[in-house]
Unconditional design. Structure first.
Length: 326
C-alpha cells in the first residue's frame, strides 16, 4: 500500500490542509517542487522526506536542515522519526501528521438533534422553576404575595438567560454555532444540581448537628460551578480545552479558597453560629438532643464570661478583644 495522507495543522490544532500522496515517498518543504508545500519561514526549501521502512511503517527523515525535525510533543531533535506510534511531527513552527490509508479513525459520534436539546432544556427549566417556586413558598414567613414569590424568580431567570447567552456567544465565535438549547440545558442542569446540593447539605447539617456542613456548603456550590463550566467548554469544543479549563479551575479554586478563609476567620473571631441553618422537621434529626442540664451549664459558663467582660474596660483591640474564641 503506497497511499499516505499528510495533514498540516493550524495554530489552533485543527487540520488546515490534508494532502493525499499516492507514492512510496513524499517530500515536504517550502520549495514548490515538494509534494507538500509548507508556508513557514523556519522550514527549509527541502526539509524532510516521508518513506516506508523495511517493516513497511512510515518514517520521517530530516534532510540536513538548520532547524531540524522533532516529535510533535518532544523537545529532542531527531534525524529519523518512526510514525507508527506517534504520527505527529514538528518542523519549524508547523505541526504535521502523517497517516497511511489503513489508519483507524474514531467511531461515529451520536449526534443529538438541536430540538432534542431544546426539549430537554425546556423540561429542566420548567422543573427548575417549579422547585424554586415551591422553596420560595415554603420559605415565606409573611403574607404570600405575587411580588414576594415571583420577583426573585424573575431575577433568577434573567441571570440564567444572561449566563446561557454568554456561553452561546462564545460557542458562536469558536464553534461557529450558538447552540443555545444545549448551553441552556447545561446551565439548567447545574442549577438543579445546585438546588439539590443546598437541600442535602442543609438537611445533613440539621440531621447530624453538623454546623461545618452548612457553613462550608458553598465549597460544594463552587464544585457545581466548575462542572458547569466544564460542560460549557466541552460543548464548545476548543482545541485548547485543557488550558481553558485550567484557567477556569484556577479562578474557581481561588474563589473557593477566599470563601473558606473568610469563613474560618469569621468563625475564629465570633465563634460558631448559634443555628444550624434552615430548620427541618423533627423526624430528620438523627443525633439525640442535648439534655436541659447540659444546655444550662453551658449557658451559665457563657453568662459568666459575658459578665466578666462587661465589668472590664475595653482593651486596645476594641470590644471583641475581651473574648477568646472557643
Amino acid at each position: 500500500m503506497t497511499t499516505m495522507w499528510v495533514e498540516v495543522l493550524s495554530r489552533g490544532g485543527e487540520v488546515a490542509a490534508r494532502e493525499r500522496i499516492d507514492a512510496p515517498e513524499a517530500r515536504i518543504g517550502r520549495a514548490f517542487d515538494n509534494d507538500v508545500v509548507v508556508d513557514d519561514p523556519h522550514v527549509a526549501p527541502h526539509h524532510l522526506r516521508i518513506f516506508r521502512g523495511e517493516d513497511g511503517e512510515l518514517v520521517a527523515e530530516d534532510l540536513g536542515t538548520l532547524n531540524g525535525l522533532y516529535p510533535e510533543h518532544g523537545a529532542k531533535r531527531v534525524t529519523r522519526l518512526p510514525l507508527a506510534k506517534e504520527p505527529g511531527i514538528r518542523i519549524g513552527r508547523t505541526i504535521l501528521r502523517v497517516h497511511d490509508a489503513a489508519h483507524p479513525v474514531a467511531a461515529e459520534k451520536l449526534l443529538t438533534p438541536p430540538r432534542a436539546h431544546a426539549a430537554w432544556a425546556a423540561g429542566l427549566v420548567a422543573s427548575l422553576f417549579a422547585m424554586l417556586l415551591l422553596l420560595q413558598w415554603l420559605g415565606t414567613t409573611t403574607e404570600p404575595s405575587a411580588n414576594v414569590i415571583l420577583l426573585p424568580l424573575l431575577g433568577f431567570a434573567t441571570v440564567l438567560v444572561l449566563w446561557t447567552g454568554l456561553w452561546a456567544v462564545l460557542s458562536r465565535i469558536f464553534f461557529g454555532q450558538a447552540r443555545f438549547g444545549l448551553q441552556l440545558r447545561i446551565a439548567a442542569t447545574a442549577c438543579v444540581a445546585l438546588i439539590f446540593w443546598d437541600q442535602i447539605s442543609e438537611s445533613a447539617s440539621f440531621a447530624f448537628a453538623w454546623r461545618e456542613m452548612s457553613e462550608y456548603a458553598g465549597l460544594g456550590a463552587w464544585a457545581v460551578l466548575a462542572g458547569a463550566c466544564y460542560g460549557h467548554l466541552h460543548a464548545i469544543g476548543p482545541r485548547h480545552m485543557r488550558a481553558a479549563m485550567g484557567l477556569v479551575l484556577a479562578l474557581i479554586v481561588a474563589g473557593a479558597a477566599l470563601q473558606y478563609v473568610g469563613k474560618s476567620e469569621t468563625r475564629r473571631l465570633f465563634g460558631q453560629r448559634a443555628s444550624l441553618g434552615d430548620l427541618r422537621p423533627p423526624a430528620f434529626r438523627l443525633v439525640p438532643l442535648a439534655s436541659a442540664d447540659d444546655f444550662f451549664k453551658r449557658a451559665d459558663a457563657v453568662k459568666a464570661r459575658v459578665d466578666r467582660a462587661r465589668q472590664r474596660e475595653p482593651g486596645p483591640g476594641g470590644l471583641l478583644s475581651e473574648f477568646e474564641p472557643d
